[in-house]
Design a protein around this ligand. Structure first.
Ligand SMILES: Cc1cc2nc3c(=O)[nH]c(=O)nc-3n(C[C@H](O)[C@H](O)[C@H](O)COP(=O)(O)O)c2cc1C
Length: 214
């Protein structure tokens, strides 16, 4: 009996020290209404070291894994809320060469194009809350986000934006999303983080999620 109590104490202490447990995430999943985490992210390398400055700017290395900045934030939200995840990808993959990517993004914006999506969300009706994450590209969302909003009717849903950036924050993108999805409830205070702080953002993301009621 005594040994059992000691064991329970150790398990409880470990949960306190290391934070969340899988069972807590599971019970949050059951408590929360169905959630989808949608994101677009362009990590410009898969290397963990010897990166160029541009490559380093575009990724975060967590536990030896290389993730795009927005991809990492999306994963934290997915894990904490127990939501499903959908990555927005172009039918024709973008170049990971920084100069080429920067020029392509500017060109897409200038021409107001709608790059084709590789896949669509097919079971949208099952979700009430949709987190939507993207990097700031040229003071706006990447144009493929416009394609996503054109192709998916989010009327009646709660949209919670998040973004990563190199100094511009959200720019005017939350207003843009509100115009693109006029019948959705768009959360005006999304979560925005500088690429320089993504590596230490997890506790901040979690306290933001708690404030939102998750
Ligand atoms: C094509 C391109 C355009 C960018 N334009 C801006 C910008 O206008 N303002 C800004 O703050 N950051 C800008 N950035 C920086 C990205 O927003 C930032 O590095 C972001 O964290 C990248 O996220 P990701 O790794 O998920 O793709 C740009 C990056 C790229 C590749």
């Amino acid at each position: 009996m005594k040994i059992k109590n000691i064991a329970l104490f150790i398990v409880a202490s470990l949960a306190v020290i290391f934070g969340d447990t899988t069972s807590e995430a599971q019970s949050r999943k059951e408590e929360n209404s169905p959630i989808l985490v949608v994101y677009f992210s362009m990590p410009e390398t898969t290397k963990t070291e010897n990166m160029t400055r541009e490559e380093d700017n575009s990724v975060v290395v967590i536990d030896g894994k290389v993730l795009g900045n927005t991809q990492y934030v999306a994963k934290v939200i997915e894990e904490y809320t127990g939501g499903d995840i959908y990555r927005i990808e172009p039918e024709n993959p973008y170049s990971v060469d920084h100069r080429t990517l920067v020029d392509l993004a500017a060109d897409e914006q200038r021409k107001n194009v709608r790059p084709k999506l590789k896949t669509a969300v097919t079971n949208l009706e099952q979700y009430d809350t949709i987190f939507v994450g993207y990097p700031n590209w040229w003071g706006d969302m990447p144009m493929i986000l416009y394609t996503f909003f054109d192709n998916h009717d989010l009327s009646g849903k709660r949209i919670i934006p998040f973004n990563t950036h190199g100094g511009s924050g959200f720019s005017d993108t939350i207003n843009t999303i509100t115009k693109l999805e006029p019948k959705a409830r768009v959360e005006k205070t999304g979560y925005s983080v500088s690429r320089n702080s993504v590596h230490k953002a997890k506790p901040v993301i979690i306290s933001w999620l708690k404030q939102l009621g998750f």
